[in-house]
Design a protein around this ligand. Structure first.
Ligand code: 9MR
Length: 368
């Protein structure tokens, strides 16, 4: 049966090709029996963001350089971003050194373009990030400022930047990665200058600068119960108990796909943070797999799909979880710790084609 269909198909193709040559491309082909052995279900072309809307979750991605990428590639990325995602975050464009190359110079152009693109396409934007140990500009780190001046600089930065974006964002990562991997506060310029209360101070300054935007603490390696997430939990519980204005927590989700957590592990960890009254967002998800010359195996892409499915399932099981954001739109432009050996971390491949992970996210969103 199988062979005969194939023979029939081949014969008809030849006939059709001959017909095309003879009569031109608008000639109707003779009807023929479909090749049922090759039948595949019709692809689900409904965008991710539509599924996300139905579940009350934003589906986000980091923009990379899509807004300035020239030619067909840039146009394709922008089309995919606007079609599939309902939330954007700006990678480096809202970080301290990028926004403020000098004490008196502000560089909002790129971040503003992302916000404008999002607004044109019915998307929302996360702000990232005001207080971090990385990307502090050299004029701050090597200015030789005394602690009270550093405190004034940080406060001014928070006030200026939040005033600029006021009314345009649905979340601000006020403090990013303040907890060290050893579960004690990470040594930073801010900790040195202001002491451990710099975190509470930053949230208070942020609330005063914008009373409406939800304020988040964001970190990595805290997605499941472990020493670091325990320490972050204690820190946020203490901030809440002291009335510090903090509304949510962002879980970054940078993982090697085959070591990523189960939905149960994630959901039970989320539950204790939600019980503090915090909103939850998945903020920078990527699930890297082994690559050789940039190419991943089909088996690893399935493992990756399961890892993504688990994080979506965990978010859906957590009423406080309102966003699932991915660290990039496509594998050609997504952060990985060791690009020579690991990569392919997001939902679209280097040709901007959907991967098994894309369909797994969609399937998870569609599962009641
Ligand atoms: O994904 C971000 C990438 O686009 C930037 O170039 C890079 C440097 O600013 O930062 C990446 O995002 C980091 C995030 O801000 C904090 N968590 C770790 C992320 C990967 O380094």
């Amino acid at each position: 049966m199988r062979t005969s269909y194939h023979r029939l198909g081949a014969a008809l193709l030849l006939a059709a090709a001959a017909g095309l040559t003879a009569c031109g491309a608008d000639r109707h082909m003779a009807p023929f029996e479909p090749d049922t052995t090759r039948h595949e279900p019709a692809a689900d072309t409904t965008p991710l963001r539509v599924y996300g809307d139905a579940r009350g979750r934003w589906i986000g991605a980091a923009t990379g350089t899509m807004l300035t990428m020239p030619g067909d590639s840039g146009a394709l990325l922008r089309r995919i971003a606007a079609r599939e995602f309902s939330m954007l975050w700006t990678g480096t464009f809202m970080k301290f050194d990028f926004l403020r190359p000098s004490r008196s110079t502000y560089n909002y152009a790129q971040a503003d373009s992302v916000v404008a693109f999002a607004q044109r396409n019915g998307m929302v934007v996360r702000g990232h990030t005001l207080v971090w140990h990385q990307q502090i500009p050299a004029w701050v780190t090597s200015g030789g400022y005394p602690p009270d001046t550093l405190a004034a600089i940080l406060r001014d930065h928070i006030e200026q930047v939040m005033a600029h974006f006021r009314g345009k964002l649905v979340a601000w990562d006020v403090v990013n990665e303040a907890m060290g991997d050893d579960a004690t506060l990470r040594p930073t310029l801010w900790l040195d200058a202001l002491g451990p209360d710099y975190i509470a101070q930053a949230f208070r300054w942020a609330r005063a600068a914008d009373p409406d935007v939800p304020l988040y603490y964001n970190d990595y390696n805290i997605e499941t119960a472990n020493a670091k997430s325990d320490a972050v939990y204690r820190m946020l519980a203490d901030l809440k108990a002291r009335g510090v204005p903090i509304d949510g927590i962002g879980f970054q989700f940078h993982y090697q796909a085959d070591a990523a957590p189960t939905a149960d592990e994630i959901a039970s960890n989320f539950a204790r943070f939600a019980a503090l009254g915090l909103k939850i967002q998945i903020t920078e998800a990527d699930m890297h797999v082994r690559v050789q010359n940039g190419v991943a195996s089909a088996a690893d892409l399935q493992v990756q799909a399961t890892a993504y499915r688990n994080l979506v399932t965990a978010c859906l099981r957590t009423p406080a979880c309102n966003a699932i954001e991915i660290e990039g739109i496509y594998d050609g432009q997504a952060w990985v710790p060791d690009p020579a050996n690991w990569g392919a971390p997001v939902l679209f491949d280097i040709h901007v084609q959907p991967k098994p992970a894309y369909y797994a996210v969609k399937a998870a969103l569609a599962t009641p």
